[in-house]
Design a binder for this molecule. Structure first.
Ligand SMILES: Nc1ncnc2c1ncn2[C@@H]1O[C@H](COP(=O)(O)OP(=O)(O)OP(=O)(O)O)[C@@H](O)[C@H]1O
Ligand SMILES: [Mg+2]
Length: 148
């Protein structure tokens, strides 16, 4: 379990924070990521994937909705739901199968659907902190499940 806020001052810091977070993840876990355009959702996901032993190139699946990475011990499904408008859209692309799989799910731009998820999830919120520096980000990790 983890509920924590980090300050990242560079892309590499964000990779490292993501990589460290990977140790908490188990098959079937869901991770939502929200934050402005260019906040670092994909950067964070890239770091976590590295921590999970994924060797494929990680990028925002903005047009394909979901990327699958199968080079690690646990399959990873990387969603970008920016173009979806509701949970129904997610069900249409087979959400139930992904959610019941033993893979780890990352979901960028999850805001529109996460309140309707039946499953527990790790919520990542990334905020630009221009007050601290052009490359500074505040990254909050919160477990949205029971006992919180
Ligand atoms: N501290 C930081 N952490 C992460 N990325 C940073 C940081 N500082 C600068 N950057 C830059 O910000 C950009 C983050 O891009 P990234 O694709 O990860 O964002 P995103 O939130 O996934 O965007 P999108 O909404 O387009 O999917 C990169 O160009 C990266 O180099
Ligand atoms: Mg992205």
């Amino acid at each position: 379990m983890i509920n924590k806020t980090y300050i990242s001052n560079s892309y590499d810091d964000t990779l490292k924070i993501g990589e460290d977070f990977a140790k908490y993840l188990k098959p079937g876990d869901i991770v939502t990521l929200d934050g402005d355009l260019g906040a670092g959702k994909t950067a964070f996901t890239t770091g976590v994937c590295k921590g999970l032993g994924i060797t494929e190139y990680v990028n925002s699946p903005t047009f394909t909705i979901v990327n699958e990475y199968r080079s690690g011990n646990i399959p990873v499904f990387h969603f970008d739901v920016y173009r979806l408008t509701s949970m129904d859209d997610l069900y249409d692309i087979g959400w139930d199968d992904y959610a019941s799989s033993k893979g780890i799910i990352f979901m960028e731009w999850a805001e529109i659907v996460k309140n309707e998820l039946d499953e527990f999830y790790y919520e990542i919120i990334i905020k630009k902190r221009f007050d601290l520096g052009d490359d500074s980000r505040e990254i909050t990790i919160c477990y949205r499940g029971e006992n919180i």
